[in-house]
Design a binder for this molecule. Sequence first.
Ligand code: GRF
Length: 226
Amino acid sequence: MTRAVDNLLSIVVLISGRGSNLQSIIDAVATGELPVEIRAVISNKPDALGLQHAVQAGIATQVVDHRQYPERAAFDAALQSAIDEYRPQLVVLAGFMRILTPAFVHHYRGRMINIHPSLLPEFPGLNTHQRVLDAGRQETGATIHFVTEETDGGPAILQAGVAVLPGDDADSLAARVLEQEHRMYPVVIRWYAEGRVRLDPDGRVRFDGAPLKRPRQLDSEAGAPC
Ligand code: GRF
């Protein structure tokens, strides 16, 4: 069910590196698939490659370098002011590799989403793909979730499953998971723009007006009107 969106959803995207998920969002906006205005891309690393994607797309960029701040709280406060200058309705973490303080997370409660390359709640944290292989799993994937104080622990919105194949190493697995990731943010950001997905005060995801019992699955969205 596609609903008309009167105004563009304003977003700020936070990155730390390559920015391929950012690029997938930029591409979806460019094709008209996403009713979104990317107001800025902010990185904690001055040399993040993804900043170049933003510049090429004519999007404002800003660096809030965490190394300039002695404490996490001071960095988060600076980051928060940088973000809030753009008055985004949604903050999108796309490979943003910093642990966030509770005050920061609280400020953006229900307005901040993250993508993680595993089927959460399994394998939160770093080195995900190697840990999946070491555990002998036959399936992995990616998850988009609302950000809460628990790192990679917020309520999940959308997941995509990816088979682990014989001979996979962490790089080959990461590449196949990334292909799915690139399909995911445009779907979830569109849902948010259309008011279809929200975080309830009780901490559960509400989708199309009803509590979401388990995360939506990308493949069941494929081909379905959204
Ligand atoms: C992705 O795998 C994402 O899930 C994780 O960090 C990686 C970022 O990749 N949080 P990119 O910078 O979007 O290319």
